[in-house]
Design a protein around this ligand. Structure first.
Ligand SMILES: NC(=O)c1ccc[n+]([C@@H]2O[C@H](COP(=O)([O-])OP(=O)(O)OC[C@H]3O[C@@H](n4cnc5c(N)ncnc54)[C@H](OP(=O)(O)O)[C@@H]3O)[C@@H](O)[C@H]2O)c1
Length: 253
């Protein structure tokens, strides 16, 4: 049977929810879901109008999509019959690290997903890889049903996109947390920072990040940097120092 007409989902976390809903909304049949946690598996099955598979080998979809933590991908894949068509959603697990199987691939959405935050899936880049031309092409066709931005990417390119994603999303978000904690420790209002955050993000649609950089580090306002460091301690001081040095080195190039 050519093409992927139905999908089974393994895992019940952020990505399982968003991809499941995206498939449901465009009319791709979700056959069933499988998860370790009964409550979250039942909740996802209810959301996707599908059944719960009692074991991995009772999943019935044309494609089994593993939306499990990176470090579980190989174990879970190894428990599924080698003739079933499989794909996983991790950015950093190389396809070559999985045991040999007939159809194996990657269905990586380069976006940040949180279960309870809506996202426009049509704008999400999907990085696709397959262990055969046929499987890759079928995964690309499936991704094209939910997104307008589908590209083929090998494991090395995907790893490098993922590293970049960690910098621009996870690290930036961690810095938001640091900034929030700092003002709140001083009894100040986090909301006052929000226009600056939105403008910081908005600027990169028009400017290269190197051109967009402002602040004491790039201006080499050493007295200001010293005043800030005097107020900081521990990890926050280390992060401030390291990023200040990195900004100054990048500006020199
Ligand atoms: N969130 C994102 O923004 C994002 C974006 C792109 C790609 N990804 C990738 O998508 C995958 C899932 O991410 P996520 O954010 O959805 O993670 P998550 O919300 O933490 O969900 C992970 C799921 O994997 C299940 N799981 C973990 N170990 C398992 C095992 N040994 N056997 C069976 N199930 C297991 C968990 O089950 P329990 O609930 O029982 O622990 C949970 O349902 C990861 O590879 C991640 O790198 C994530």
């Amino acid at each position: 049977m050519a093409g992927i007409h139905s999908v089974s989902i393994v895992g019940t976390g952020n990505v399982a929810h968003h991809l499941g809903k995206a498939f449901r909304d465009v009319g791709i049949s979700i056959s069933d879901v499988y998860g370790r946690n009964n409550a979250s598996t039942n909740e996802l099955a209810h959301l996707l109008y599908c059944s719960v598979a009692p074991t991995l080998n009772e999943l019935t979809g044309d494609l089994i999509l593993l939306c499990v933590s990176d470090n579980a991908v190989i174990d879970v894949a190894s428990s599924i019959s080698v003739n079933r068509r499989l794909a996983y959603t991790s950015g950093s697990v190389p396809l070559s690290s999985l045991p040999i199987r007939t159809f194996c691939g990657v269905f990586y959405p380069l976006q940040t997903f949180s279960k309870h935050r809506e996202i426009d899936i049509t704008t999400v880049p999907f990085l696709i890889e397959g262990n055969s031309e046929q499987h890759e092409s079928e995964l690309m066709q499936l991704a094209s049903k939910i997104s307008q931005h589908v590209l083929s990417a090998n494991s090395n390119d995907r790893l490098n996109y993922h590293i970049s994603a960690v910098f621009v999303n996870n690290f930036v978000n961690h810095l938001f947390s640091q900034g929030k904690a700092h003002v709140e420790e001083h009894g100040l209002d986090w909301e006052v920072l929000k226009p600056l955050i939105f403008e910081t993000i908005g600027k990169i649609s028009d400017l290269d990040p190197l051109e967009a950089q402002t602040g004491p580090a790039v201006r080499k306002d050493e007295q200001t940097i010293e005043r800030h460091l005097n107020e900081l301690e521990g990890k926050s001081k280390e992060i401030y120092t390291l990023i200040t040095q990195s900004i100054q080195q990048s500006a020199k190039k």
